[in-house]
Design a protein around this ligand. Structure first.
Ligand code: ZN
Length: 86
């Protein structure tokens, strides 16, 4: 087990880069960063997106379309609500 508890971090999926990354838990959010409950495991094998977390790229809106299966499993819905209401 690694110990990285000095700073509280939050995992995100960025709709612009199509990548999963982490940042300070206190960092300001926008709707294009999807907060995740946990980092999806490398072993997690999603049949819809093959673990990429997105299924498509939308050239009109210039962002990735997140995989709904992964969203259901990993997205931090409570946090997402806060972002949308805030
Ligand atoms: Zn998926």
């Amino acid at each position: 087990m690694e110990e990285e508890t000095e700073k509280k971090i939050q995992w995100y999926f960025s709709l612009f880069s199509g990548k999963i990354y982490y940042a300070d838990a206190d960092e300001n959010l926008d709707v294009f960063q999807i907060p995740l409950k946990e980092k999806p495991s490398d072993k997690y094998n999603c049949t819809s997106c093959y673990g990429r977390f997105y299924t498509d790229y939308n050239p009109t809106q210039k962002h990735f379309t997140p995989c709904t299966r992964c969203l259901k499993k990993f997205a931090d819905l409570e946090k997402m609500k806060l972002i949308k209401n805030g």
